[in-house]
Design a protein around this ligand. Structure first.
Ligand code: ASP
Ligand code: MG
Length: 434
């Protein structure tokens, strides 16, 4: 482990690799801001590639023609590769010449997709290509841009066979990461290793198969690798200035937290703040690895550091969840909502896989706010219809203000009819019409 001291992990999301200019910017960040010591670079698929691959997979699965969509994804990658190629003074041609082969491979995977076990298993084999392509491109670009040696390594995260939501096998992943780095230790210092985010691997009957960690899972990959390599720090490069108190696309006048604790950030992610994948913080908190969130548009700016710290007062955080459904249950015989009743309701919610975002109890009724899914809500209604009268409202929004004050509550609630509200010492939540 000695030689690995000072290892850092950088994660670049889809927006930071979306075209040739963005990839050049990534190269500049690694060159001008990267650490002296070893660096692991975790990348997401370019731009909106994952969405495009989901669509292509759906078409292929239904036996429909996907050639136009696949052609567009290939053209998009080809364009980035050729633009980069013309930018570098003495580029090697590998990327431009290899690209058609990668797409040929993807085409073959799509052709044989119906022989794969399940829809979800096939999904992982196809959709993971986005990250692989991006990792090849970034490895190649960095190799041309840096005086350092740049290596590509396939996905290092070992999972189980929970397709599309692979659960990490920590022991195996630690073994694999250590092993991958061990062979490189001698001249590892100063090197950069690129790998794909979001993607995992699992052994099935002696064969290696691909899994994924769930949408937006690349942040989590960076945290897993940092944990296994005992990294000194992780930096997530984003198109925002750091961790903000609200999504600037929804709320005006956001403020950046210069530093914030793991705990606060985990809670924000729980309430629906979309800035960091919710599973990311735990491995980092477990090993006390600080997470920096920085802007790839302004890499010299401070950003946010998430680590163990005390903060007496934090600016209120505003979090909005859309497409909510408010369900109210009343017992049919007007009896009070008892522990027995609640046990039945909770078990039905769990069975229908409806996650409770807020709940509230009154004498003869009980209300929960959940993410709306028509299928799941109907399943719930079927389970409970006999014992309870049920009402539900859809098309709602759930707002959470963490570390609220009077002004922030007023700012958000004025002019809105609240269907449910709740406050604890640190959190104010309400449900209202969209
Ligand atoms: N490319 C994947 C997605 O869009 C993973 C990620 O971006 O983190 O969901
Ligand atoms: Mg992404």
């Amino acid at each position: 482990m000695e030689e690995l001291q000072g290892l850092q992990v950088y994660k670049f999301g889809g927006a930071s690799v979306k075209d040739a200019a963005a990839i050049l910017n990534l190269c500049r960040i690694v060159r001008d801001f990267g650490p002296q010591g070893p660096l692991v670079v975790v990348v997401s698929a370019m731009g909106k590639t994952t969405n495009a691959l989901e669509e292509i997979y759906d078409l292929a699965y239904r036996g429909e023609d996907y050639s136009a969509q696949l052609g567009a994804v290939e053209a998009y990658h080809h364009r980035a590769a050729t633009e980069l190629h013309s930018y570098f003074a003495q580029p090697d041609d590998t990327m431009v010449t290899q690209l058609p082969n990668y797409f040929q491979e993807l085409h073959q995977t799509l052709q044989s997709i119906n022989s794969v076990g399940s829809y979800d298993e096939g999904y992982d084999q196809v959709v993971s290509f986005g990250e692989s392509l991006s990792a090849y491109l970034v490895t190649w670009a960095l190799g041309n841009a840096l005086p350092k040696q740049v290596l590509y390594n396939g996905a290092l995260v070992a999972t189980d066979t929970t397709w599309r939501e692979g659960r990490v096998d920590w022991v195996k992943t630690e073994e694999r990461t250590q092993e991958a780095l061990h062979g490189l230790l001698n001249d590892w210092r100063g090197r950069v290793m690129v790998t794909e985010g979001f993607v995992g691997q699992v052994q099935v009957d002696g064969f290696t198969s691909t899994t994924t960690l769930g949408r937006e899972g690349s942040d989590y990959t960076a945290a897993i690798l940092a944990y296994c390599l005992r990294a000194e720090r992780v930096t997530i490069w984003k198109d925002v200035a750091g961790l903000l108190n609200a999504d600037p696309k929804i709320f005006p006048d956001t403020v950046r937290y210069p530093e914030i604790s793991y705990r606060e950030t985990i809670e924000m992610a729980y309430y629906g703040a979309s800035v960091i994948h919710p599973k990311t913080l735990k491995p980092l908190a477990d090993r006390g690895i600080p997470l920096y969130v920085k802007s790839f548009l302004d890499p010299a700016a401070a950003g946010t550091v998430i680590h163990e710290c005390q903060h007496p007062a934090l600016a209120p955080a505003f979090i909005r969840k859309t497409d909510q459904c408010l369900l109210s249950f009343a017992s049919k015989d007007f009896s009070f909502i008892s522990e027995e009743n609640l046990a039945v309701i909770f078990s039905a919610l769990a069975q229908a896989k409806l996650k409770i975002n807020v709940m509230q109890n009154s004498a003869i009724s009980f209300s929960v706010c959940v993410d709306f899914s028509e299928r799941r809500v109907h399943q719930l209604l079927d389970l409970l219809r006999e014992q309870f009268t049920l009402h539900y409202n859809t098309g709602l929004m759930l707002f959470t203000i963490k570390n609220y004050d009077a002004a922030s509550i007023q700012q958000l609630t004025t002019g809105r009819a609240l269907l449910l509200e709740q406050r604890t010492r640190s959190t104010f939540q309400f449900v209202c019409k969209a």
